[in-house]
Write a protein that binds this ligand. Structure first.
Ligand SMILES: *Cc1c(COP(=O)(O)O)cnc(C)c1O
Length: 357
């Protein structure tokens, strides 16, 4: 049986909660969405969580809530999913890319200060693959330079840095897409301790309205629905169980893989294991084909730095060639770590990966 790289786990609880919503008559954003927000407030240890339609709209709303727009620069990583940069571009601001750390694949905080100009408004770190960024360094630089921090936590629900959840340092943005650690089908979440940022995100989400027909600003429709939120609530109730399985799977892989570079976890961090990332010396596509012939799913997140996509390139104010990120693009490979793996799956993954050399 083929072992997929990711698979949503939908059970009876998800079906029950969705049916309850369908029978309640309130299927758009309503009380179940609020319930999902409360679960994120608790999980991320923050005052406010605001549910939106996706991780991408979470990022856009968070940037807009911090008044980021045309003329502003946002410092971020080139090694992430496209939405990290496109959300910045959608506000009219310009992404400024700096290189990453070789071992965590996250933004290299020691390079941030040199990239700050008078236009810089925010730092947008991505907790890539579920490993937290160096948040002490990032928060210090932000405070010293009066910059906003928006954490792309799309892959980092349950990750912790110095015993604080990812997404609780600056303004957190999560994705509930089908392949993320938990899902609501489609969905996103913004987390913040700021009353005013939360208020603005809620306005942006719903046409600038708190009261019907009273538009305080120009907003969007970034709402989710209670049907999606119902799936998310069930998943949040299983979150710790899912996480324990991911952690145990990662531990097994790290203890048994030979001949490839395995991922690290810094001592001050709890890894969310969204992806289990190895570095290989051979060609990525050959490796994917070989693993596929052993019925093991694998993928490359991400084969190109974001600045190499022509549609992004044309929006940038500089040319980039960041060597650590470009090397990672050529060498990383993701193998399954999701909670559905059983012992025999794990053994098969290890033996297929060990055969790559
Ligand atoms: C998934 C993801 C997003 C976008 O989330 P969607 O819910 O798909 O819009 C943004 N950033 C990162 C790092 C992601 O992995």
């Amino acid at each position: 049986m083929f072992i997929p790289i990711a698979k949503p786990i939908i059970g009876d609880l998800e079906k029950k909660y969705v049916l309850e919503v369908m029978e309640s008559g309130i299927i758009a954003q309503g009380p179940v969405t609020r319930k999902l927000e409360e679960k994120f407030e608790e999980a991320c240890e923050v005052k406010h969580a605001i549910a939106v339609s996706s991780g991408t709209t979470a990022l856009i709303a968070a940037l807009l809530a911090h008044d980021i727009g045309p003329g502003d620069e946002v410092i971020t990583t080139p090694f992430s999913f496209m939405a990290t940069a496109t959300s910045i571009i959608f506000t009219g601001a310009t992404p400024v890319f700096i290189d990453i750390e070789e071992d965590t694949y996250n933004i290299d905080a020691s390079l941030i200060e040199a990239a700050i100009t008078e236009k810089t408004k925010a730092i947008l770190p991505v907790h890539l693959y579920g490993h937290p960024c160096d948040m002490d360094a990032i928060m210090d630089i932000a405070e010293k330079n009066n910059l906003v921090v928006i954490e792309d936590s799309a892959q980092a629900l349950s990750a912790r840095y110095k015993n604080r959840p990812a997404g609780s340092f600056g303004t957190g943005c999560f994705s509930l897409y089908a392949t993320k650690n938990i899902t609501s089908g489609e969905g996103g979440m913004i987390t913040t301790n700021s009353d005013s940022v939360a208020d603005k995100c809620r306005l942006i989400r719903n046409h600038g309205m708190k009261e019907r027909n009273k538009h305080e600003m120009i907003g969007y429709n970034f709402r989710t629905s209670d049907m999606c939120a119902a799936i998310g609530v069930a998943q949040m109730e299983k979150r710790n169980d899912f996480q324990e399985k991911r952690t145990n799977n990662a531990k097994y892989l790290s203890e048994n893989l030979k001949g490839v570079e395995i991922p690290i976890t810094r001592s001050e961090c709890v890894h969310a294991w969204h992806q289990y990332t190895i570095r290989i010396s051979g060609d990525q596509n050959d490796a994917i084909e070989k693993l596929k012939s052993d019925e093991v799913g694998a993928a490359v997140f991400y084969p190109k730095p974001m600045y190499d996509h022509p549609c992004i390139q044309e929006k940038l104010s500089a040319e980039y060639s960041l060597s650590v990120a470009e090397k990672a693009c050529r060498e990383v490979l993701q193998i399954p770590v999701h909670p559905l793996l059983n012992e025999s799956d794990l053994e098969r993954i290890v033996s297929a990966v060990c055969k790559l050399n």
